[in-house]
Design a protein around this ligand. Structure first.
Ligand code: GAL
Length: 427
């Protein structure tokens, strides 16, 4: 696998973080391990739970005397887990290690607020400084020190489709929104739901919206809008909301009651033809026996060819944990080639390690590796805030309300005001 170096492609992913330096200090691994380790995550759906289980097996084989306490709180993107985590952290009851997105979600929520330990000693001991793309290390670093181990790189915002339906209907993946709506009309006429959505949890609607926004703004201005450098009053935001409103005419009627995986599952049952989701959906498909390029296909969201929306799942080390040595052993397993290559083929993501074994990955994931090495990299707000966390809730709420209201002007005004009032945009 090729190593991505920090450069122009990473600009805009890194707003909240500093560059990791060669100065190492902080926690380091010491023992072989006995006792317990509590691992806090939200991976409960098909694919993601399998990946977690596989890496836990790697850990248990190496550390048979350490009992894993698998503390999972269901809910995609951490929608429920993050609230439980906050209660525990603020109540002085941190898990030994927890799952968190690299970027502002880790750095602004937990590092800058002084809840976390740097793990530069571990990075030094394991020689990790050149084992992850520099831009990924930057996403988990603050003031020159790394605070988490990245276990993967997910690609968010992929257009997944049921291949049999597309073949039967004689349609191809749409490359423009005009083509998308033409394909959607064909599907609807055939009695098939064109686009599966499950927005019981509001992040999934934002997930769809941010991809539409990327298509109307292009990569550079998409990065700039999250950095507060393009105003939300821009007419291309209006255009994105209009496209979103039109696309919502083609989603399943029960969308408001479904979670992301239930919506993705509508492709498996052939109730729906397309779904826009991160490539944890690939893990869900393959966990259910589907094969890439045979049962399901993938394409960029219309207008987004040549871009790669980066999400990285990481584990971090809070201060004052009960089982620090064992937490460091867990982070060591996560950081290893063996651990990453057990986890990622099931999870749907590509390994964060640059020296992982490409032969262990399927056609989708090897294509994703190639895209990650060459595409324009952009951040996700719905999964690992591209901007300050304070802006996440109001924009998620505004887009959730929009799914029902379809009020383009009111929604755009609400987002614009929230960006300013939270300090994510200049006033
Ligand atoms: C994302 C996370 C993925 C996957 C997904 C659905 O936020 O990065 O690993 O779990 O949510 O739960």
């Amino acid at each position: 696998m090729r190593r991505s170096t920090r450069g122009a492609r990473w600009a805009g992913l890194l707003a909240a973080v500093a560059i990791v330096s060669a100065s190492f200090g902080g926690a380091a691994v010491s023992a072989q391990g006995e006792g317990q380790v509590e691992i806090f995550s939200y991976w409960t759906a098909g694919g993601e739970a399998d990946g977690l289980n596989a890496i836990q097996e790697v850990f248990s084989a190496a550390h048979p005397d350490v009992e894993i306490i698998n503390a999972v709180v269901a809910g995609g993107a951490g929608v429920n887990a993050n609230a439980v985590l906050a209660t525990r952290m603020q109540g002085g009851d941190p898990p030994d290690t927890f799952q968190i997105h690299g970027g502002a979600e880790l750095i602004d929520n937990w590092v800058k607020t002084d809840f976390m330990q740097p793990i530069s000693g571990l990075y030094e001991e394991l020689g990790l400084a050149d084992k992850f793309p520099a831009g990924i290390i930057d996403l988990v670093s603050h003031e020159g020190e790394p605070y988490a181990v990245p276990v993967n790189v997910h690609r968010n915002g992929v257009l997944w489709y049921n291949q049999a339906i597309f073949e039967e209907q004689g349609i191809a993946p749409p490359t423009t929104w005009d083509e998308f709506f033409a394909v959607a009309d064909t599907l609807q006429a055939a009695g098939i739901t064109p686009l599966a959505l499950g927005d019981k949890d509001g992040w999934t609607a934002l997930n769809l919206f941010e991809q539409i926004l990327l298509s109307t703004l292009g990569a550079a201005d998409y990065r700039a809008i999250w950095a507060g450098q393009v105003p939300w009053t821009d007419e291309r935001v209006t255009e994105a909301l209009e496209i979103m409103s039109r696309a919502l005419d083609y989603v399943n009627e029960d969308h408001a009651t479904l979670t992301w995986d239930q919506a993705t599952g509508k492709l498996l049952s052939a109730e729906a033809a397309m779904n826009v989701m991160g490539d944890w959906a690939k893990g869900y498909f393959t966990a259910n026996g589907w094969l890439p390029g045979e049962d399901f296909g993938w394409a960029p969201v219309p207008g987004n060819d040549g871009t790669f929306t980066v999400v990285t799942d990481t584990f971090a080390l809070p201060k004052d944990v009960r089982n620090q040595d064992n937490a460091l052993l867990w982070l060591t397993t996560l950081a290893s080639v063996e651990g990453q290559d057990a986890f990622n083929p099931l999870k749907g993501s590509i390994p964060a390690r640059v020296d992982a074994d490409r032969s262990k990955y399927d056609a989708y994931s090897t294509a994703a590796m190639d895209a990650f090495a060459s595409d324009e990299l952009v951040p996700s707000q719905a999964n690992g805030p591209a901007t300050i966390p304070a802006f996440l809730q109001p924009i998620t709420d505004a887009i959730s309300v929009f799914v029902t209201s379809r009020d383009v002007a009111g929604t755009q005004a609400a987002i614009s005001e929230a960006c300013i009032s939270t300090g994510a945009c200049p006033s």
